[in-house]
Design a binder for this molecule. Structure first.
Ligand SMILES: Nc1nc2c(c(=O)[nH]1)N[C@H]1C(S)=C(S)[C@@H](COP(=O)(O)O)O[C@H]1N2
Ligand SMILES: [Mo]
Length: 332
């Protein structure tokens, strides 16, 4: 049978890191001597278990308190999973958020993310540019819960209940002009707060983009919460994108700006490694990454691998978006 089962060690972490500067980073870590200390987080410094030096304590992962009274929201039953939910513990302590470091345990460093004030700018080709307070924006949106899968290009995956609102609701609020063809999204820029942003070889701030057809597709979601509570900082508080048919790097975290443009925006990863990460980044098990196969994936918390699905299993929803675009590199 065609199903190939692989073991975790067959794809070493050094090969699945989505950037070509692995050795630079190793050199830098060596120069720094240590990885960032737990004591950097006031919330953790106060933990008696850590003060006593107890190892392997269950981290009490703090969540944000933005519009906390709006949670939990009713689950939208339209979106279903083919697998169990990932444990909250895992999905909130194994993350990619390069602003806080290029290792998976950035959740500690990410507690430095200051959520108030947080403004969201809507600009570019819109009827009227505006700056909104993130909490006000979240409060005026219709919150719902959706269980979605997320497939990282590095071949690990999670299945989580996001709370949030359709990106289309934000596009409608923005009233784009007819010349708008793309939506560009940008993460905060604050190297004092986010140590990863002091790494000058990255093109900060993190930028992602969608076509307007993608951005107004029913699946495109702005997550403001997870597991029935506001997002923890490490998962992209106060608001982040969730586009489950695309590789995880499209789902940009901690957004401060939505810009409507006529031209396709340059994105963070496609600027760093254009031969490896493209604009479209739709999941396809048949199209390998230049350095590894995308045929299967490792769901966090489960032993063994499962087959990766075309459009991450969302083909019935999204395949129509790409008709007539066969010449585009849709799957990288
Ligand atoms: N701003 C920002 N957004 C980001 C990233 C990042 O490094 N910075 N990493 C991306 C990648 S590669 C993945 S897989 C997902 C991970 O989301 P999670 O940590 O909530 O599972 O966030 C994406 N959004
Ligand atoms: Mo990723």
């Amino acid at each position: 049978m065609l199903l190939r089962v692989r073991r975790g060690w067959e794809i070493p972490e050094s090969r699945v890191t989505p950037e070509p500067l692995y050795w630079n980073r190793r050199r830098l870590l060596g120069a720094m001597g240590t990885v960032p200390a737990l004591a950097a987080s006031p919330a953790l410094a106060a933990s008696p278990a850590l003060a006593m030096g107890v190892r392997r304590v269950q981290p009490a992962v703090p969540e944000s308190d933005i519009a906390a009274d709006r949670y939990p929201a009713a689950r939208n039953p339209r979106y279903r999973l083919d697998r169990p939910l990932t444990d909250r513990e895992l999905a909130t302590t194994y993350n990619n958020f390069y602003e806080f470091g290029s290792y998976k345990q950035i959740w500690k460093a990410a507690q430095e993310l200051k959520l108030r004030p947080w403004t969201v700018t809507i600009d570019g080709l819109v009827e009227r540019e505006r700056v909104l307070d993130a909490e006000d924006l979240i409060r005026r949106m219709p919150l719902e819960e959706r269980v979605y899968r997320l497939r990282c290009v590095e071949a690990w995956s999670i299945a989580v209940p996001w709370t949030g609102f359709p990106l289309r609701a934000l596009v409608e609020l923005a009233r784009p002009l007819s010349g708008a063809k793309y939506l560009r999204m940008e993460t905060f820029l604050d190297p004092d707060m986010a140590p990863g942003q002091r790494a000058s070889w990255y093109p900060w701030p993190y930028v992602e983009g969608l076509t307007l057809a993608e951005a107004t597709h029913e699946l495109a979601f702005i997550a403001t919460g997870i597991y029935g509570r506001p997002l923890p900082r490490q998962n992209g508080a106060p608001l982040r994108l969730a586009v489950p048919w695309k590789y995880g790097f499209k789902s940009i975290k901690s957004i401060v700006r939505f810009t409507f443009t006529a031209d396709r925006p340059d994105t963070f990863w496609s600027t760093i490694a254009p031969q490896e990460y493209g604009f479209w980044a739709n999941v396809n098990p048949e199209v390998p990454h230049p350095r590894w196969s995308q045929r299967d994936e490792r769901p966090l918390g489960r032993s063994g691998r499962v087959p990766t699905l075309l459009f991450n299993g969302y083909g019935e929803f999204v395949a129509g978006l790409y008709e007539g675009l066969a010449d585009e590199p849709l799957f990288m």
